[in-house]
Write a protein that binds this ligand. Structure first.
Ligand SMILES: *Cc1c(COP(=O)(O)O)cnc(C)c1O
Length: 233
């Protein structure tokens, strides 16, 4: 009995789900990047999932990225998806491919400063608080535009798109309007052509609601529980 059998099955199920959602609205599944969210998951299991084809992994804590990275198979792309404090930027800036959770000027300033020191351009997404939920991170539409305007003066930052964590609603269908709003905001911002911004990536959808997110235009989905099982904190 292969103790990682469940991983193979879970991944197959998510991949089938991606295909099905794409088929429903005529999108190419190749347009969707699956980020396997590995927070709290042991390195051995993460590496096994990489053998099974995972190419992108998401973590929400800087210290977990720092701790795990040496033990994880090289070549995989790392995504910082969790709330980020300015004083933690330096820990992860040279360890991740994309920072999904930028929502404040103070974090932008710190990324610009550290990226300049490294003499490179760092790719980010701006996080939107689409449900306007007090306990969640993210900027509102005006805040997003303010950040994008500010970033026009930051030569070491490139904004590749937007990210959101939708409100948790029992019926994933009820989340659809939030994803529709995200897509509308994404298209509007794209038309406005901010310097240092290229609207290419829409990071939305998790285990519970990724199919709806894909139907509404997500290009990156972040799935943890659906691949690794329920988390043990
Ligand atoms: C944990 C997490 C996910 C994955 O959530 P699941 O419900 O386990 O799929 C996605 N995005 C963020 C920002 C997360 O923190």
């Amino acid at each position: 009995m292969n103790k990682f059998q469940y991983l193979e099955e879970n991944l197959a199920e998510i991949r089938a789900g991606i295909e099905k959602a794409c088929q429903k609205i005529g999108r190419d599944p190749q347009e969707i990047t699956l980020i396997a969210v590995t927070k709290t998951v042991d390195e051995e299991i993460v590496n096994r999932s990489i053998e099974l084809g995972v190419t992108d992994i998401g973590e929400n804590k800087p210290q977990e990225i720092v701790r795990k990275q040496p033990a994880i198979t090289a070549g995989v792309k790392w995504h910082m998806i969790g709330h980020l404090q300015s004083n933690k930027v330096k820990k992860i800036i040279d360890k991740v491919t994309l920072i999904h959770s930028v929502d404040r000027i103070s974090v932008v300033d710190e990324i610009e400063k550290r990226a300049a020191q490294l003499d490179r351009v760092v790719d980010i997404l701006v996080q939107v608080n689409i449900g306007d939920e007090q306990q969640k991170s993210g900027a509102d539409i005006e805040g997003v535009k303010g950040l994008l305007t500010y970033i026009e003066q930051c030569p070491h930052i490139r904004v590749l798109g937007l990210m959101c964590i939708a409100p948790y609603l029992f019926d994933a269908e009820e989340v659809r309007p939030y994803f529709k709003n995200m897509k509308a905001m994404f298209d509007e911002i794209k038309r406005e052509h901010y310097r240092n911004s290229e609207m290419k990536i829409l990071s939305m959808g998790m285990t519970h609601d990724y199919k709806v997110a894909i139907e509404e235009g997500a290009t990156m989905i972040r799935v943890g529980t659906g691949i690794y099982g329920a988390r043990n904190y």
